[in-house]
Design a protein around this ligand. Structure first.
Ligand code: ADP
Ligand code: MG
Length: 315
């Protein structure tokens, strides 16, 4: 932190990020010492994940700080959801060019409001000066041996989605100038994704494999297929698409968008047929896992191979 900043590093932490009472009973010691301390209940494993958001890579300069705080936490909690873990606490590494109190107030509000919703405590972090870079580490508990992995899909499993596909992708197009008749819902999905925590918890002991959709269905389902050594066929007609996304496809002919656009943060999971009745009613069956490798799309009876790579930072 620069010396001429109006608030010191410690004052920033104290003022914007420190809460007096813990929301989560596992928090033994929060912000203020060299480490935080957590109590881990018997019979549970600790699920740990981290995600970074860099200005001009993951978000545009000038992005609303409240939305940024929300989304930064949401994308990390989404990784816990996809493992079937219950979120417990997070740490926040904040690198920023200067201390902008208005920015910090809005950012902390977006972040901590979502944290409270899931009884997640912010238990520590680091505060440094530099180009705007936001990193969260999220911690959660999952019953021992029951975490939902990418590597355990089996031929014959049905493939499900926890919600609509492509709304966040449409929201991104709208921010880039696409003229949508009814933009609000798509923009809300792009700017304010909600981690599917309850769905993830309900899938423990039900799903065989699970992933959250950050980079698009084709790429992310592709990770399940590769790691499980299987293939899949998805049914175009079964994909849950909003009216706004259907109108976008009608207007542009770009039917590929909902298959490859990122940021939906829905869960994509596989379930063996005997467990299908236990899948939450809000989820949609979109296809089936097959022994033959590759991701196929059945579009009006014509089967085509989808060759899609997710976003890769260094290629
Ligand atoms: P240290 O020098 O031991 O790394 P710091 O001075 O970086 O300690 O941090 C002091 C305390 O404030 C620690 O408990 C740390 O976890 C916490 N902390 C620092 N930055 C943040 C932040 N952005 N959000 C939450 N807690 C923070
Ligand atoms: Mg430090």
């Amino acid at each position: 932190m620069s010396k001429d900043a109006c608030l010191s590093e410690f004052a920033v932490i104290q003022r914007f990020f420190t809460r007096q009472t813990a929301a989560n009973s596992s928090t033994r010691l929060g912000i203020g010492d060299d480490c935080a301390l957590l109590a881990i209940p018997d019979g549970y494993e600790l699920a740990v994940t981290t995600d970074t958001m860099v200005e001009n890579v993951h978000f545009f300069a000038g992005t609303d700080p409240g939305q940024l705080g929300h989304k930064l936490l949401a994308v990390n909690l989404s990784d816990l959801a996809s493992m079937g873990a219950k979120p417990v606490s997070v740490t926040l590494a904040l690198t920023m060019p200067s201390v902008d109190e208005n920015w910090l107030t809005a950012f902390a509000h977006g972040f901590l409001t979502l944290a409270e919703r899931f009884s997640v405590d912010l238990i520590g972090g680091d505060t440094t000066s530099g180009a705007l870079t936001l990193t969260v580490q999220a911690l959660g508990f999952v019953p021992r041996g029951q975490a939902l992995l990418r590597s355990t899909a089996r031929p014959g499993d049905f493939i499900y989605l926890s919600g609509n596909l492509g709304d966040a992708g449409l929201g991104l197009k709208i921010t880039q100038g696409y003229n949508c008749a009814d933009p609000d819902a798509a923009l809300a999905r792009f700017n304010g994704p909600l981690p599917r925590i309850e769905t993830g918890l309900a899938l423990c002991g039900v799903a065989n494999a699970c992933i959250d959709l950050s980079d698009g269905l084709a790429g992310d389902l592709g990770h399940i297929l590769e790691q499980s050594g299987v293939g899949a066929c998805i049914d175009w007609g079964a994909l849950p698409l909003s009216d706004a996304v259907l109108a976008y496809i009608e207007a542009t002919g770009d039917w590929f968008m909902p298959l490859v656009a990122g940021d939906d943060y829905e869960l994509c999971f596989t379930v063996s047929p005997e467990n299908a009745a236990r899948v939450p009613a809000t989820c949609r069956n979109i296809g089936v896992i097959e022994a033959a490798s590759g991701l196929r799309l059945n579009k009006s009876g014509t089967i085509q191979l989808l060759k899609v790579k997710g976003y890769e930072h260094f290629s």
